[in-house]
Design a protein around this ligand. Structure first.
Ligand SMILES: [Zn+2]
Length: 103
């Protein structure tokens, strides 16, 4: 892949020059998405828009987080319906807490 990210070096780590820092940044941003109960696809879109993160990178980091935190994501996917993108995060949250309360 051609290195075309030079102008971004001042703003954020570069995927090609500093992959470790870049992955950490993406991971940090994904964790913020999780706080807002965003779906994986919402998160990929948000990072692409606001941090110019390539979807494939976000997806890879997401999968890595999932593998490291399987029990967290089992609950997360139950609380945050991944197949209802029309829901607002706040609606997802209240629905999720109701589901947890019923158990
Ligand atoms: Zn670079």
């Amino acid at each position: 892949m051609v290195h075309r990210e030079r102008r971004r070096h001042r703003r954020q780590p570069c995927l090609y020059c500093h992959p470790q820092s870049y992955i950490r940044m993406v991971q940090h941003l994904i964790e913020r998405c999780l706080v807002f109960h965003m779906t994986r696809d919402d998160c990929i879109q948000a990072l692409a828009k606001h941090a110019s993160a390539q979807p494939v990178v976000t997806l890879t980091v997401w999968e890595e987080l999932l593998n490291k935190n399987k029990s967290f994501f089992q609950v997360y996917y139950r609380v945050v319906p991944q197949s209802h993108p029309e829901y607002k995060p706040s609606e997802r949250f209240s629905e999720g807490t109701q589901q947890i309360a019923m158990r």
